[in-house]
Design a binder for this molecule. Structure first.
Ligand SMILES: Nc1nc2c(ncn2[C@@H]2O[C@H](COP(=O)(O)OP(=O)(O)OP(=O)(O)O)[C@@H](O)[C@H]2O)c(=O)[nH]1
Ligand SMILES: [Mg+2]
Length: 441
């Protein structure tokens, strides 16, 4: 299918004990044979051979050559993996020698692209390879490895099958109108199964969006009037002295950012300048930044001072954040006389009630992240397209429209669903996905 044999360094381009160079294609065995003065043409798959790589007659390195024979390899082609000593110089020199035999440099993601095009995996699995490499924490790694094992495919395939069935039902009816009573078929079969399909995909989308939030992290801004202890709270959450804290109102001017994980949920935190009327030009700019950050935030932690009565500024902030995703927390409970629902002491790092409130608020997101679901915006976007086309189809059915008009919407939905696993693959889509990979994958 592909003429070129390709190669790349599959390990990080940095010093290490060993490095691995991957070669894939018809010429892979031949290329390594030339460099090691050995004949690999009869080597069995899944075997490892000790060899020396030569530049002409000069030995360059001692290596281990792993042989994978088509189709039983990562790409489905003949694959050679050369394990060499992990110096940057030595690895690049061996790669250059491989190129010298006529093998060409691989593009980003080209090995996985070949694996996909050779049917070794579907598109959602190929994406999972990348997600797994890039995963920074357990939540991300777990979902990537599940979809590598086909969880997205298992989720989507039943929907594809049911939709095919619905479309087939209609086609039969269009082709043989005398075969069945159209109205009856619509009411008894097509409409109910379409509605059920709509409900299923809606659930999948909802779970996926929640899981996406848990995986990507929640953009959270710590908001409040000056001196209520916002920066102290940021420091307590991060467990480090990141932001400057003083008793002077108006200490924080710039946005201070940090990331914290709370029971599987990541918060991308921003500490802001205290909001008040101010004549100070620098402070004014800081306050404007606080307001911009608040407008963009997915979650607002509004900090109030438990040791004082609420003032007009607090009231304004309560009004401003009304209707937004927010948690209102009373700080400085160590020097307060009154009791509040949610009170903490940032000074004493006594913030457990706030952490509990955050965990509770995002319980369903956390649960969703532990489920098998769609994994990225591309997949979710396609599911939403499929849902919306199906909604059109259902409206048309309910309005008693001609079935051959309904099928157009159903087909749109069907194509979107199939694109999730790459069955309706388009070349530009594939280029886009595989170009995000690293070399050697
Ligand atoms: N008693 C008590 N004092 C606190 C607490 N949290 C913060 N403070 C004090 O309140 C003052 C202001 O704290 P900051 O964290 O700088 O407050 P801020 O909201 O970031 O203030 P600006 O940046 O000026 O808007 C400091 O003197 C802190 O030590 C707390 O829980 N209890
Ligand atoms: Mg501050």
């Amino acid at each position: 299918m592909f003429k070129d044999t390709i190669a790349a360094i599959a390990t990080a381009d940095a010093m290490g004990a060993v490095s691995m160079i991957r070669i894939s294609g018809d010429e892979a065995l031949d290329a390594i044979g030339k460099l090691t003065h050995k004949d690999f043409s009869k080597a069995e798959g899944y075997t490892i051979h000790y060899a020396t790589v030569y530049d002409g007659s000069e030995p360059v390195d001692e290596v281990l050559v792993s042989v994978f024979k088509a189709p039983k390899s990562y790409t489905g082609e003949d694959v050679i993996e050369v394990g060499c000593h992990g110096g940057v110089y030595i690895t690049r020199r061996i790669l250059a020698l491989i190129y010298g035999t006529g093998v060409r440099p691989a593009r980003r993601g080209e090995f996985t692209e070949r694996a996909f095009l050779n049917g070794k995996m579907d598109l959602s699995q190929a994406e999972a390879v990348n997600d797994l490499i890039k995963a920074k924490d357990e939540t991300n790694a777990r979902s990537a490895v599940h979809s590598l094992k086909g969880s997205v495919t298992r989720l989507i395939e039943p929907l594809e099958e049911e939709l095919t069935q619905i479309i087939a039902n209609i086609e039969v009816n269009i082709d043989y109108p005398e075969y069945d009573d159209v109205r009856q078929l619509t009411d008894e079969e097509i409409l109910p199964s379409s509605l059920k399909w709509l409900k299923d995909i809606h659930e999948i989308i909802e779970t996926a969006q929640k899981a996406h939030i848990a995986r990507e992290g929640i953009d959270t801004v710590i908001l409040g009037r000056p001196n209520v202890g916002k920066s102290s709270l940021l420091n307590a959450l991060l467990e480090e002295d990141k932001a400057i804290v003083t008793e002077i109102a108006g200490t924080t001017r710039d946005l201070v950012e940090g990331t914290v994980r709370i029971g599987g949920i990541t918060l991308n935190l921003i500490d802001t300048a205290g909001i008040r009327e101010s004549e100070d030009r620098v402070e004014q700019i800081g306050i404007q930044r606080s307001i911009d950050a608040m407008n963009k935030a997915q979650l607002i932690i509004l900090v109030l001072d438990a040791s004082q009565e609420l003032n007009e500024e607090d009231q304004k902030l309560l009004e401003m954040t009304e209707g937004r995703q927010r948690i209102v927390v009373y700080n400085k409970n160590d020097s307060a006389d009154k009791e509040y629902d949610l009170s903490i002491s940032a000074l004493n790092h006594d913030i457990a009630p706030l952490i509990e409130a955050i965990r509770e608020k995002y319980e369903t997101e956390l649960y969703a992240a532990s489920q098998d679901t769609l994994n990225n915006e591309r997949q979710i976007g396609l599911a939403i397209q499929a849902e919306s086309a199906m909604k059109d189809a259902v409206s048309a059915l309910e309005a008693g429209m001609e079935l051959d008009l309904v099928t157009l919407d159903l087909q749109k939905s069907w194509h979107a669903i199939r694109e999730i696993t790459g069955k309706s693959g388009r070349d530009d889509l594939l280029d886009e996905i595989f170009s995000r990979f690293c070399l050697g994958k």
